[in-house]
Design a protein around this ligand. Structure first.
Ligand code: FMN
Length: 366
């Protein structure tokens, strides 16, 4: 019998349809891990609310016949401003995990950010992703961290994305209540063979947060050291404050991702979209500034671009699409997001990304 070509389930008309269909393809406890936010999920809700409370006010009679979504970011030519955010443990939802996501990225001219905690080795992902950045989680010490950086360099990753908002992170209450546990096959392949955390046993009055998880977290001097260790562009993910953004730029960081980790880090943090205008104003028009957290459509991407992002990243939606249709699902998602963005641009009177200016959005009165 010949292999039947992969197909997509019916009913996929918008990017968000992947989210709607995901529960049919992901076990409930795994879905709880993917969907859940930290704490009371206040930040998770704030992310969506921030997009929903923004209206798009179109310009009429614009000539958009030369329209396109191309941009140059950190010296890289990108066909469109939608990137795949680093998402760990993708074998949770597909047996080939990140390899499928990478194939979809290449098929759709999308830049993929591979996670330190991917279930496939970063070298294997690199073979399938034409445009690739590596997301770095600080390890227990500088030497171990450098091992990952050098592996990423050797594998041809063209930027490093250092995530700083999740040094201490616990499973979401949603995942705990659903009884979620990591299966062995989804564990972090890149960390195999590396020395694990050296957490000393807590003493009687020690705190699990301060003396526990944060004991090996990076600090400003570690960032300065890291900057001297690589010639790759260094982007910091998880920035929500203007003072941090300015200090990061001063320390030689090349770009910033406004992000609250999709509501999975500090609960109570603001929506990253709400912080974007102040960050853009402080950093000036040209400093590379990206955003994630809460994007579910091309229209959401448009709103983020209008408020100052050069590009956006997609987290949960890519996991939904991977579960729904493997590489084909993720490629469909990315193509649909891009088409939604193009439609939104055309209807709003924008031929290029630079035409998407802040006056095109306003707070909704209701
Ligand atoms: C299941 C899951 C795993 C994630 N793993 C990582 C990771 O390994 N590294 C990282 O920097 N961010 C990680 N994130 C956060 C995403 O990169 C991104 O910031 C977030 O998902 C964006 O919000 P969204 O899901 O609403 O699009 C993860 C998010 C999810 C949902």
């Amino acid at each position: 019998m010949p292999d039947t070509p992969p197909t997509l389930p019916p009913g996929l008309f918008s990017a968000r349809d992947h989210e709607r269909l995901a529960p049919q393809h992901i076990a409930p406890e795994t879905l709880a891990y993917i969907e859940g936010g930290s704490g009371q999920e206040q930040t998770l809700r704030a992310n969506r609310r921030a997009f929903e409370r923004l209206e798009i006010v179109p310009r009429l009679l614009q000539d958009v016949r030369h329209g396109h979504t191309r941009l140059t970011l950190l010296g890289h030519a990108l066909a469109h401003p939608i990137l795949l955010a680093p998402v760990a443990h993708q074998k949770l939802v597909h047996p080939l995990g990140e390899i499928e996501t990478a194939r979809a990225a290449t098929a759709t001219d999308t830049c993929l950010v591979a996670s330190t905690l991917s279930s496939c080795p970063l070298e294997d992902i690199a073979q399938h992703a034409a445009q690739r950045w590596f997301q770095l989680y600080w390890q227990r010490d500088r030497d171990t961290t450098l091992t990952l950086v050098q592996r990423a360099e050797r594998a041809g990753y063209s930027a490093l994305v250092l995530t700083l908002d999740a040094s201490v992170q616990t499973p979401s209450p949603r995942a705990l209540h659903a009884g979620f546990r990591f299966p062995d096959h989804a564990h972090a392949a890149n960390l195999r063979g590396l020395p694990g955390p050296t957490l000393r046993p807590l003493r009687e009055h020690d705190s699990a947060a301060f003396q526990g998880a944060m004991a090996t977290a990076p600090r400003w001097d570690d960032l300065a050291w890291l900057r001297t260790q690589t010639h790759l562009p260094l982007i910091v993910k998880g920035v929500l404050r203007v003072d941090d953004a300015l200090r990061l730029r001063e320390q030689g960081v090349d770009g910033i991702v406004a992000s609250n980790h999709g509501g999975r880090a500090l609960d109570g943090a603001p929506a990253s979209l709400s912080q974007l205008p102040a960050l853009r104003q402080a950093l000036g028009p040209d400093f590379p500034l990206l955003l994630d957290s809460g994007i579910r459509s091309g229209h959401d991407a448009f709103k983020a671009l209008a408020l100052g992002a050069h590009a956006v990243l997609i987290g949960r939606l890519q996991v939904h699409a991977l579960a729904v249709g493997g590489a084909l699902g993720v490629a469909h998602l990315l193509r649909t997001l891009r088409e939604e963005l193009e439609l939104c641009m055309a209807q709003a009177g924008c031929a290029t990304l630079t035409d998407i200016t802040p006056d095109l959005v306003q707070p909704s009165p209701c």
